[in-house]
Design a binder for this molecule. Structure first.
Ligand SMILES: [Zn+2]
Ligand SMILES: [Zn+2]
Length: 248
């Protein structure tokens, strides 16, 4: 069992260490046939360069990828984004016209973002970073709200996959997976955070949803490193047909 493509990797345009060409060379060295660059959206904490500087920078990255595609015809390259969910309406930090221009739209629930207004700060950051920890009685309600926010995003946008579902925030992955299955959105099995996400993947596996395995590489050496994700797939006895980028 092996994966032929990695659809979630970062470059220096966001939180990654390497440049795009280094990711491509690493993917080729690992024998991958497809690679996507999905840097974090502009809503991320940018004083530590977590995300792209602006949504339009995603189009600059796209042009760079297009030029590199000429140089590396042996691998299919995709330009994308790992967009942030920024409020309770499930809004993303990248406008729809830019999303439409990208090959791959991934979306994730991250807490290191600039909330655009106070209610967004309350609904995304305050609840998950503080209230969830300090008030156990509130956890059930927060889990429900987080799940609803993600489902709203899945219904509102054409999202290819949800990155690391359940990482850093509590959600009902079964419910999310049902909504994703209906919309044709994939759930990610993220090789970087396999252990923390095991229970979430297990719950999602009970639905009809399909999965995608990605490295979430933040450096070229991690591109195409799916080992831990493949181990989990085996442990859970998840049929390989449920994972879109696996070949037997
Ligand atoms: Zn992420
Ligand atoms: Zn990522």
């Amino acid at each position: 069992m092996r994966c032929y493509g990695d659809y979630h990797t970062h470059s220096q345009y966001s939180h990654g260490k390497g440049n795009i060409e280094e990711n491509i060379q690493a993917a080729l060295a690992r024998g991958l046939k497809e690679l996507a660059i999905t840097d974090h959206g502009p809503g991320s904490w940018n004083f530590i360069r977590l995300g792209v500087r602006s949504a339009s920078e995603l189009l600059v990255i796209k042009r760079e990828i297009k030029a590199l595609q000429q140089k590396y015809p042996g691998i299919k390259l995709y330009s994308g984004v790992e967009a942030n969910i920024i409020n309770r309406e499930g809004e993303l930090d990248v406008p729809e016209e830019i999303l439409a221009d990208l090959d791959i739209v991934a979306a994730g629930f991250h807490l290191l973002i600039y909330p655009p207004d106070f209610s967004s700060f309350q609904d995304i950051i305050l609840k998950n970073r503080f209230i969830y920890k300090w008030f156990p009685g509130k956890r059930k309600e927060i889990r429900k709200e987080n799940t609803e926010i993600l489902i709203k995003a899945v219904k509102r946008y054409k999202i290819d996959f949800i990155t690391h579902p359940g990482y850093g925030i509590d959600i009902d992955t079964y419910k999310l997976a049902e909504a994703c299955a209906e919309r044709g959105t994939l759930l990610e099995i993220n090789a970087r955070h396999v252990e923390e996400l095991r229970a979430f993947i297990e719950a999602a596996a009970r639905t009809e949803v399909k999965f995608i395995i990605n490295s979430d590489a933040h450096g070229a050496e991690e591109v195409g490193n799916f080992e831990k994700a493949l181990e989990l797939v085996e442990k859970l006895a998840l049929p390989w047909e449920r994972i879109v980028n696996i070949v037997k």
